[in-house]
Design a protein around this ligand. Structure first.
Ligand code: ADP
Ligand code: ZN
Length: 747
């Protein structure tokens, strides 16, 4: 059989016989290009701005978005002439990208200097979701079934469908305990009717009318403020500043209820979402249904269905990692950014942006309230509150009057641990007492693996990553040495790769695995477990860990920052911070602030329900201001001193910073580009360029790196300076210059 020959296959382009009709439009493609391209939209293809369209690009097809920019003007030299304009081929059957998302993408591109197409790609991360939604055939009882011969098997299918759901044939057969042939026979006879159903059930709507807990007067006042804002709409940014356990979550749940009741969609951003098992349960308990989720652990099918359901307004509440900000919510009415100070909100590759700041921008564009919550707000946010740009709500007390844990400093110079050990006597005694009392303890060390450095005792060689300026970290369980930057690993060697000496490789310093070894020797009866991103991979593992903690099955946890966040373990009364100095070592702009936040957060795990908590901080620098401030519970004093110092130096948030990261496989080309950038650096009042300098990670994933830092007065726009600057230097094609506006990492 031959197919009918279409006109285009015969060599005549469609429409080629007539003058082209239709209008010139801009289509933005999810590619790292300069901007949108012109296309012709045929008259018979009705499409609104935001429509997802299929267009030809070179010899392939791509999906893009009909953008709002006016098409390139008549006079522009770069304008593609009318007759060369290629045609939009199809409009996809999916709601258009909402206007707020389009303006948001433009805003991010302008602020971060990322190509608009690269920003759009974040909003179109699931191209499969744009295709017609998949359906499947399910069978229900026909309205007027014909008379047929009854058999016991047939009767079972009919009985099942009398109060069971319509199901695909195979599932129906399984449920009714019959062979698929029986179902087929009933369908052929017209007793069962085929229906097209969505591939997956809809998300059950969270019910905002369900009552929450009785709030304390301070919580009530906070909730009233936020619910009024959520009901009224209009932009506002509000910080809930409250110690861990003060009920920040309960309070913003009230705001969520109000926004849902007002018919709006709600987005909650969490750091480490994959580990939010407890949070998800609380949400489900409060609203009678779990929220939709958006994070890297979703399967492709879940991503596709979730994206689509958000776009169609079927998802009313979603909790996600920072990438959830780009989802196409048509009716977004509230964003909550929990743990707003968390560093993981900064996306460090691709489009480099800060999700907390962008959440506020999104609220501005969508004209709705944004709520930030933290026990240790970032200095940026605190300064925004002081300047009146953000509102602030204080929740100074733990719910139910639980005391904040007592924090003690253990001076390692006075109480040194034994050789090759890291638990000092005061911490050892505290652990012994805690375990003897039937309570739980957490030993915190922010280092995965067994030892951060392996050294040859014979020749002094240190085992380094060939692709990065970093040591290989020993992981004893997996018998590997791993690079924590690029993933490179080697089997743990017996011989020194440098001098060949046998059995001379010595681990230096502790990681959690080594600490666990020490703890097991000290407390052989402890029911211990290690909690890191290596052991808690994925939501199921995390949920199982939470269960073991809640039941007391585990009574000693050795963990990294993964356990510092958000968990509520009622039996946990002792936290030992093994190396409180760890975060201060790098010494970047925010080292003190970050250490304060992390240690405070870890400390907040202790004593959350009735029993008093105790926190021991081991340090060799007991006089460091940040440790003194933590021990004294003087957060505001600490913030004031930090703020002072930053204001004096003109550092953020009192001044502006942007980094250029020059990288490439060829060190000379990288060096030369960096120098060329230094030579052409902008010169202006209130603006300085520092560098180029090789950063600590001068080699990363096989690429050599140099950094330059632009420091400017707050009143200046770094974007304009950067744009002009970058236009003056054409790096060779092997060299990439990444722009990081408001850098948080200086590695
Ligand atoms: P935060 O988010 O500030 O750490 P949470 O909202 O998690 O605080 O509250 C800490 C604990 O106290 C949770 O178990 C929470 O359910 C409980 N809680 C807080 N406020 C109330 C309240 N008004 N009534 C009952 N339980 C509350
Ligand atoms: Zn590496």
């Amino acid at each position: 059989m031959s197919k009918p020959v279409s006109q285009s296959a015969s060599g005549v382009a469609p429409g080629g016989l007539f003058p082209p009709s239709g209008r010139r439009v801009k289509v933005l493609l999810p590619l790292p290009l300069a901007g949108a391209y012109d296309y012709r939209l045929p008259d018979d293809l009705p499409a609104r701005p935001g429509a997802f369209v299929r267009v030809p690009l070179a010899s392939r097809e791509m999906i893009g978005v009909l953008w709002d920019d006016p098409p390139t003007p008549e006079t522009a030299e770069t304008r593609v002439p009318d007759e060369k304009l290629r045609e939009v081929e199809a409009v996809l059957p999916v709601p258009p990208l909402p206007e707020a998302n389009r303006r948001f993408a433009d805003w991010i591109a302008a602020y971060t200097l990322a190509p608009p197409g690269a920003v759009l790609r974040m909003a179109m991360s699931v191209p499969q979701a744009l295709e017609a939604p998949r359906t499947r055939t399910v069978y229900a009882l026909a309205d007027r079934p014909p008379e047929i011969r009854a058999t016991p098997a047939r009767a079972r299918v009919i009985a099942f469908l009398q109060d069971g759901p319509a199901l695909p044939a195979a599932e129906l057969a399984r449920e009714a305990g019959v062979t698929p042939g029986v179902v087929r026979g009933l369908a052929d006879a017209g007793v069962l009717a085929p229906l097209q159903a969505r591939e997956a059930p809809d998300w059950p709507d969270p019910d905002p009318a369900r009552p929450g807990p009785d709030l304390s007067p301070a919580q009530r006042a906070a909730a009233d403020d936020l619910t009024a804002k959520a009901r009224a709409g209009g932009f506002s940014a509000t910080l809930i500043d409250g110690v861990t356990g003060s009920g920040k979550t309960e309070v913003y749940f009230e705001a969520i209820a109000a926004a849902l009741q007002a018919g709006r969609q709600v987005l909650v951003l969490l750091p480490e979402i994959a580990l939010g098992a407890q949070w998800l349960e609380r949400f489900a308990a409060r609203f009678g249904a779990p929220p939709a989720e958006w994070h890297s652990d979703l399967t492709p099918a879940q991503r596709r269905m979730t994206w689509r359901a958000v776009a169609e307004g079927r998802v009313r509440a979603l909790v996600g990692a920072r990438s959830a900000l780009h989802l196409p919510f048509p009716e977004l009415g509230l964003i909550v950014v929990d743990e707003e100070h968390d560093q993981s909100y900064k996306q460090e590759d691709g489009v480099i942006y800060h999700a907390r700041d962008m959440a506020v921008v999104r609220g501005h564009i969508g004209d709705f309230p944004v709520v930030l919550a933290s026990a240790t707000p970032s200095l940026e946010t605190v300064v925004n509150c002081e300047a009146g740009r953000y509102d602030r709500i204080d929740l100074p007390e733990r719910h139910g009057g639980a005391d904040l844990p007592g924090i003690e400093i253990v001076d390692l110079r006075k109480h040194p641990p034994p050789r090759q050990a890291w638990i000092a006597p005061p911490l050892r005694d505290a652990l012994a007492a805690c375990l003897a009392a039937g309570e739980q303890a957490l030993l915190f060390l922010n280092r995965r693996g067994y030892a951060p450095l392996t050294l040859c005792r014979a020749c002094g060689h240190r085992l380094e990553c060939p692709n990065c300026s970093a040591w290989l970290v020993e992981h004893r369980f997996s018998r590997r040495l791993e690079c924590h930057h690029c993933g490179h690993w080697i089997p743990a060697p017996k011989l020194c790769p440098e001098c060949g000496a046998e059995d001379q490789l010595a681990p230096c310093g502790p990681g959690v695995e080594r600490l666990a070894e020490e703890a097991a020797a000290l407390f052989p009866d402890a029911r211990m477990e290690i909690a890191t991103s290596d052991t808690l991979m994925g939501p199921l593992a995390a949920a199982a860990f939470v269960d073991r903690m809640a039941s007391g099955e585990t009574n000693l946890v050795i963990g990294t920052q993964i356990v510092a966040k958000g968990y509520h373990f009622p039996l946990l009364t002792l936290v030992g911070v093994v190396d409180a100095d760890l975060g201060l070592a790098g010494g970047d702009l925010r080292a003190g602030e970050r250490t304060f936040q992390l240690l405070n957060q870890v400390a907040g795990r202790a004593g959350r329900a009735g029993r008093p908590g105790r926190v021991l901080l081991q340090t060799a620098n007991p006089d460091a201001p940040v440790l003194q401030a933590i021990a004294a519970g003087d957060r505001d004093g600490f913030l004031a001193a930090e703020s002072e110092a930053r204001a004096r130096g003109g550092w953020p948030p009192f001044g502006r910073l942007a980094a250029l990261i020059v990288s490439g496989p060829d060190e000379r080309a990288v060096e030369e580009t960096a120098k060329a950038l230094a030579r052409t650096a902008p010169a202006a009042e209130g603006l300085r360029v520092l560098g180029p300098a090789p950063p600590p990670l001068a080699l990363l994933r096989g690429r050599h790196r140099r950094r330059l830092l632009l420091k400017a007065d707050r009143a200046l726009s770094v974007q304009k300076a950067l744009r002009d600057w970058l236009a003056r230097v054409k790096p060779p094609s092997s060299v990439r210059v990444a722009v990081d506006v408001d850098p948080y990492s200086f590695l």
